[in-house]
Design a protein around this ligand. Sequence first.
Ligand code: TRP
Length: 345
Amino acid sequence: MRVYSGIQPTGRKHLGNYLGAIRHYVTGQEQAWAAGDEAIFCVVDLHATTVAYDPRELRDRTYDTVALLLAAGLDPERSILYRQGDVPEVPELTWLLTAVTAHGDLNRMHQFKEKSAQQRELVSAGLFLYPVLMAADVLAFRADRVPVGDDQRQHIELMRDIALRFNARFGATDGGEPREILRVPEGVYPTVAARVMDLQQPEKKMSTSSGSVEGTLYLLDEPKTIEKKLKRAVTDSENPPVIRRGPDKAGVSNLIDVLAAATDRTPDAVEASLQDARGYGDLKAATAEAVVALLRPIQERYAELRGDEAAIEAALAVGAEKARALARPVVADVREAMGVGPRRR
Ligand code: TRP
């Protein structure tokens, strides 16, 4: 079972990114390692160039993200961690895959519509092709499972279609089933409880782009900041206060879910443990304490790692080497099947 995921080098990562994705990368790494298979993680600097961005910052944001992933427990000895721009097989495959990608499908992508509406200067062709680059990321490794956020469902469906269409078009055999030149991957989506909501607008997902700073718990926030943000988290005016989850209690439900996730308990167990609490203040204090404790070791390791960019580059060089070794033969198969370049001997 080969696991693959990609993560943007943009924006400060928040608790929702950790509980919904990064934490599961580490689990995926351990499972793949135990099974003698590969877990592959990519920091997608090429994707970051599809919208307006500052070239003086991209490399630093990539280092930030790599250091954070390492601090969270990704281990270059046990998994492959690479920077997208270090593996030229991927953009090459992107181009090759455009041959089986429908323009109309790309035009229907929600993310393209949203992001293109936000661009002031230029809607780049790269933004339009974003999903094909993402398909190439995964398909270049014949990955089986792709853990991603809910917002990536449409991209995953498209990548599956591209793989199926590629195999049907270029893997056709006389009369039989088409050859599986490209593996058709499956998306793995977080469970509802793994979704962290904005502390100020608990109906909305915690988000770097659309949320409020006060409602977002960044992974590198100081303990004091975390306490302050949680103290001010929106709850409800039920009197007396009731610590339980419910559709009419978005703020309280979110705090319970976060506390449960941070302490590795079920939300039911958390509710039970707070039965004698005096009010929402107790829930908020317990949540702050748990989040601070959860993030402390990550923050400490991050501070150590981020200071040594040469070491980050060295780790990325190892990752790029391993990634290219896996991607090269896949792209060679694709070129051969498509009749591109010289015949393979
Ligand atoms: N588009 C993904 C996101 O915004 C990031 C990504 C790029 C990705 N390539 C990928 C995720 C390949 C999974 C697999 O979250």
